[in-house]
Write a protein that binds this ligand. Structure first.
Ligand code: BGP
Length: 472
């Protein structure tokens, strides 16, 4: 790579509360929908859960020491809503606040910038039971109140805030594919809940700005750019439809305050468009204008082809790690996602496409004219422990390609604030258990002491950070 990343560029790494903390019943924490979902037969890979996870709750000091050793500039983590408000609203659990104060202080003392995600999928069970969680507009107030508690507690220390993690994924998996709680399959409900997440985002952004805090705030969306499978008009049209009903659909409502016109009309024609009132549009536009950056999580790109009205529907995906299980999936009459022969795939059949990240960054920054923060990027793999070493050269290769793509995009004018890998240590994969690993630090889950072992990629990223990407 020629040239360096700017001095202030945030080379970081990310995690989420449920995937690392464990201590699921300690210090007054209330139940989240994930605490219960994992206990239902057949919902997660071999019934794995986050009861203990990496035990980060008790071992965060050791983990932060490793981050310091690596030279990490930023650590992105999420707050567990039910540690702070065990019933979802009302009574505040001080021990929950104390834990995050300690974590944040530890990071700051070691010169690591905390990047705080307010919501990474672990909704209080009480709110799901009371009004269906994200199915009801009532969540907007409860979520905003919860966010305000965090702003008040940590607003002086934390300068980077991510309101929602991948609202498009948790609503899709929860309401369209029935793979996450509450396990429903209903396209109209998916579009409705997604709309409610956008409203919640806008209200929280507004509350942050009204509080006069000195920091930057945005939400992180899982972004999968798409290519047309051929020059044929039908495939080109499928790509346009994919953008109008997926890419621009999920992004515009957060960052422009309105849906793409073609997509909205199409969903209306199908009788499934979300209700959008005038007040909605006003607050959405305000939230969009006040958002400081666009967070994106990028893992892969999509290849799109024509899908007739009686064509392929949505299918679930590979959770076994048995490569070669790629299945076409799509929305009849709109598009179909097909195998891309030009790129490699991971063991879970996710395409590996560094240039897709450059494409994504450039198109997002041109469309929304805001800074971008990559809040997740990484490769899930079966890592092997070999005499206390893990030779994860495929991870080094993957990250190198994507870091170069970041640099390329900056040369093309993208205002990129930072890049967080997923993840720092190995952790729980929601549907794939502990066998799908992402970290720089291997955790031996078979050993109850949960030892931390640095992988080869640890030194790679250490050097990237030290040289600001110069030798990458
Ligand atoms: C993102 C989530 C993360 C993480 C990651 C890897 O969608 O924000 O929480 O899980 O994907 O996904 P997986 O564990 O399914 O491989």
């Amino acid at each position: 790579m020629s040239g360096r990343f700017p001095e202030e560029f945030l080379f970081g790494s990310a995690s989420a509360a449920y995937q690392v903390e464990g201590a699921y019943k300690e210090d007054g924490k209330g139940d989240s929908i994930w605490d219960n979902w994992v206990r239902m037969e057949g919902k997660t890979y071999k019934g794995t859960n986050g009861d203990v996870a990496t035990d980060h709750y008790h071992r965060f000091r050791e983990d932060v020491r490793l981050m310091k050793e690596m030279g990490l500039k930023a650590y992105r983590f999420s707050v567990s809503w039910t540690r702070i408000l065990p019933e979802g609203r009302g009574r505040i659990e001080k021990k929950g606040l104390d834990f995050y104060h300690q974590l944040i202080d530890e990071l700051l003392e070691h010169g690591i910038e905390p990047v705080l995600t307010i919501y990474h999928w672990d909704l209080p069970q009480t709110l799901q039971d009371e009004y269906g969680g994200w199915e009801s507009r009532r969540i907007i107030d409860d979520f905003t109140e919860y966010a305000k508690v965090l702003f008040e507690a940590f607003g002086k220390k934390v300068k980077y805030w991510i309101v929602l993690n991948e609202p498009n994924i948790f609503t899709q998996l929860g309401y369209l594919l029935a793979l996450h709680p509450p396990g429903k399959k209903d396209m109209k409900l998916y579009l409705k809940t997604y709309h409610i997440t956008a409203l919640a985002h806008a209200h929280v952004i507004k509350a942050y700005k009204e509080g006069g805090y000195d920091g930057l705030i945005g939400s992180s969306i899982a972004y999968t750019p798409g290519y047309a499978a051929s020059d044929e008009e039908a495939d080109q049209e499928a790509r346009r439809r994919y953008y109008d009903t997926v890419c621009w659909w999920i992004m515009d409502v957060f960052y422009k305050g309105e849906y793409p016109a073609w997509g909205y009309e199409e969903f209306k024609r199908r009788g499934i468009a979300p209700e959008v009132t005038e007040e909605d549009t006003a607050i959405l536009k305000e939230g969009a204008a006040l958002s400081d950056f666009i967070g994106i999580n990028y893992y892969q790109s999509a290849m799109l082809a024509h899908n007739p009205i009686d064509g392929v529907g949505l299918t679930d995906f590979n959770v076994s790690g048995e490569k070669g299980d790629f299945r076409e999936s799509g929305v009849p009459g709109l598009y179909r996602q097909v195998f891309n022969p030009n790129v490699e795939y991971t063991d879970w059949d996710w395409s590996i496409d560094p240039d897709g990240l450059r494409v994504a960054l450039v198109e997002i920054s041109e469309r929304y004219e805001k800074p971008v923060f990559i809040s997740e990027n990484g490769i899930g793999a079966f890592d092997e422990l070999d005499e206390d070493k893990v030779h994860d050269d495929y991870r080094i290769e993957y990250l190198r390609g994507h870091i170069r793509a970041c640099h390329e995009s900056m040369k093309e004018g993208v205002d990129l604030i930072g890049y967080c890998t997923w993840s720092f240590t190995d952790l729980l994969s929601w549907l794939n258990g502990y066998q799908k690993r992402y970290g720089f630090v291997y955790i031996d889950f078979k050993d109850e002491k949960l030892p931390r072992i640095k992988k080869d990629s640890f030194s790679f990223y250490e050097e990237v950070i030290r040289t600001r990407g110069e030798n990458c």
